[in-house]
Design a protein around this ligand. Structure first.
Ligand SMILES: C[S@@+](CC[C@H](N)C(=O)[O-])C[C@H]1O[C@@H](n2cnc3c(N)ncnc32)[C@H](O)[C@@H]1O
Length: 232
């Protein structure tokens, strides 16, 4: 993230210094995608990741799932095919299931994180891979809903992954993206690039923005940002 581990320790509450350090480490400037995946492998161990990110510390999975479900009927949710990108240990899938979604696939480059999701039997398919602009082994127009709860950050999802997200979602399907708002200004990959690309995809008729909002509680005192798009 934008603060060094030392600064996080200084500004955070003492009880949150460990989780601050974890996030500062996995999101430090210049971190490589392979290093990111490796770090999450170790963070997942012993359910440490989930234990350190309870709802009052981190609400991204709750917000993502609620936005994915909003306006859909029970029948639509029960039959929808959902793709949870940057799925991690499945914290978003737990929430999606509470909203009535039943068919969810996961993608994440950290096998350690996916193994924790598997223990809870949350997903139908587990894909251990990075999402980039490369075509995954998924036909186009496969999913009704695609979610990303906190998959953007230093060394995380590249802007170009939006192309692949749009490809695998059916026309009329929705894409819900949630990240820390500050990343838009502090992560070089996203600064003046991520939202302009979103706008370009809209101008090209690939998708239509349904909503963009800033919200509290993404991670402690850091605001989150949520975009909801409908694929055309
Ligand atoms: C902060 S965790 C969020 C996990 C889960 N969605 C949640 O809300 O708890 C970020 C996740 O993004 C994954 N990730 C990083 N780069 C990725 C990429 N290029 N494609 C897909 N997932 C990625 C990491 O492995 C990690 O599990």
């Amino acid at each position: 993230m934008d603060l060094s581990a030392k600064e996080w320790e200084k500004y955070g509450k003492p009880e949150h210094s460990h989780v601050y350090k974890q996030i500062a480490t996995v999101m430090h400037k210049g971190i490589k995608p392979e290093e990111v995946a490796k770090f999450y492998d170790t963070w997942a161990d012993g359910r440490e990741y989930e234990n350190e990110l309870p709802e009052d510390v981190y609400n991204a999975p709750i917000v993502t799932a609620a936005e994915a479900a909003g306006g859909l009927t029970d029948d639509q949710k029960a039959t929808a095919k959902v793709f949870d990108v940057a799925a991690g240990t499945g914290m978003c899938a737990v929430q999606l299931k509470l909203h009535g979604f039943q068919h969810i696939d996961a993608l994440d480059p950290s096998q350690g994180m996916l193994d924790k999701a598997k223990e809870k039997d949350l997903y139908e398919r587990y894909i251990c891979d990075f999402m980039t602009d490369k075509h995954l082994d998924i036909p186009e127009n496969t999913y009704d809903v695609l979610t990303v709860s906190a998959g953007f950050g230093e060394g995380h999802l590249p802007c170009s992954s939006l192309h692949e997200m749009v490809r695998v979602v059916k026309p009329g399907g929705r894409i819900v993206l949630v990240t820390r708002e500050q990343h838009l200004y502090t992560v070089a990959e996203y600064k003046d690039r991520l939202e302009p690309l979103m706008d370009r995809l809209e101008a090209e008729g690939k998708w239509k923005k349904l909503e963009r909002k800033i919200f509290k509680g993404f991670f402690l005192d850091k605001d989150g940002i949520m975009w909801k798009y409908q694929v055309l």
